[in-house]
Design a protein around this ligand. Structure first.
Ligand SMILES: *Cc1c(COP(=O)(O)O)cnc(C)c1O
Length: 393
């Protein structure tokens, strides 16, 4: 049986998979089973931040594997401590980290911290978590409930209580009460359709929450790890949240989820934990990925790449204006609003045939999350293929 047949027979049908099978990659270039090449404008949904088969990351992982892969969190783990230092220093915030394995798990950790913090004086139980409509926070029972999309709450109940959805940033204030444990938002909604929040409104909210001593959780699972130009989008928005979650790009393809917080004394030994989280393997990857991205940032190359990508996207948008209504995004988390959902799916199919991989977000957004290491040649080739795709519509 080939992969498609094996998948159909043995894997639960939870994904609508595109009909392509990649066997190798190099930076932003992918190769499928037939040897056909594609430019990758997806990084696997913002994960492969330093490109496919990054030699430095692979070497770091292999060196680590030759020594020790896993021991458990019952003992000290040098790469985990170092990964925490790298992540905290890159963020510039006075925080500490907890390591899990996925974005959803990082958000679960964030919610646990907020809720335990909410019980601090024992009198009022602050448990409510306010999130936004069209948000996406994960697929576990709790994070699916935290996700402000009714269609995702059709099954799986009863859900944990206490999740409230605000229509937008301004309407959060009216929902705050004595039982509010935290507000959790994405600064740029990713799955919701590449929707950046207004900086001033976010800053006003952050200030209000500080006054009320309600923690602000920023879900940076997609925006983190330099995707928007700084290590966190919270830095771009110039706010100081109490809790930040990271995953996707921070492991460069190795599963990892991180919750970082300035609320260092909320959780005590035994309150939270993970078998795999922060083991030698994933932590070695995080250390190297963050080192590479720190260097890209410091050298100015990250900004140059972001400018090149956005310039290419701008001229593509200008050239095919009849298909799109708006360009959106920050840094290398960008999108084009397509005039209708049908056209978007035609573009997706045609792009793949022309040799460039792109993503969909929300109902009508063509989403771009290229590796942050993408070269000028790869950018040019990708947009050339995308132009070919448009000419076939
Ligand atoms: C992808 C994503 C998640 C979920 O991450 P998983 O690793 O799939 O659990 C949560 N929040 C945001 C903003 C995401 O983009």
């Amino acid at each position: 049986m080939n992969t498609k047949e094996l998948d159909k027979k043995y894997v639960l049908p939870t994904y609508g998979r595109g009909d392509v099978e990649f066997v190798s990659g190099e930076n932003a270039t992918l190769t499928d089973v037939d040897g056909k090449k594609y430019i990758d404008f997806t990084s696997g949904i913002g994960v492969v931040s330093v490109g496919h088969a990054n030699k430095r990351v692979n070497d770091a992982i292999c060196t680590q594997l030759a020594n020790i892969t896993h021991i458990s969190n019952l003992y000290h783990i040098a790469p985990q401590a170092k990964a925490a230092q790298k992540v905290v220093e890159a963020s510039g915030y006075d925080m500490q980290c907890f390591f899990g394995n996925s974005g959803a798990e990082a958000n679960e950790g964030a919610i646990k911290i907020a809720r335990k913090h909410g019980e601090r004086d024992g009198e009022i139980k602050r448990y409510k978590i306010i999130t936004l409509q069209h948000s996406f926070h994960g697929r576990t029972i709790t994070t699916v409930k935290a996700t402000g999309q009714e269609s995702m709450h059709n099954y799986f109940g009863p859900f944990p209580d206490g999740f409230v959805y605000a229509d937008n940033i301004e309407s959060i204030e009216a929902l705050l009460d004595d039982h509010t444990a935290a507000v959790m938002i994405e600064l740029i909604q990713g799955e919701g359709g590449v929707e950046p929040q207004d900086k001033e409104k976010v800053q006003t909210l952050a200030k209000l929450l500080k006054e009320k001593e309600i923690p602000l959780i920023i879900d940076e699972v997609q925006t983190g790890a330099y995707r928007t130009g700084e290590f966190t989008a919270s830095q771009v928005y110039e706010i100081e949240p109490e809790i930040i979650t990271l995953a996707k790009g921070v492991g460069g393809g190795v599963p990892v989820g991180i919750v970082m917080t300035s609320l260092k004394n909320v959780l005590s030994a035994g309150d939270h934990g993970s078998t795999f989280g922060g083991n030698y393997l994933s932590s070695a990857a995080v250390c190297e990925v963050v080192s590479i991205l720190d260097e890209l940032k410091k050298s100015g190359d990250l900004e140059i790449t972001s400018l090149l990508f956005n310039k290419a996207l701008d001229s593509f948008y200008a050239q095919y204006k009849e298909f799109f209504t708006q360009k959106v995004g920050i840094g290398m988390m960008c999108g084009l609003r397509v005039k209708d959902a049908q056209t978007l799916s035609a573009i997706m199919t045609s792009a793949k045939e022309s040799g460039v991989m792109v993503l969909k977000a929300g109902r009508n957004t063509l989403r771009f999350l290229p590796p942050l290491t993408i070269t000028k040649e790869e950018i040019d080739e990708g947009f050339k293929a995308l132009s070919t795709a448009m000419s076939h519509l």
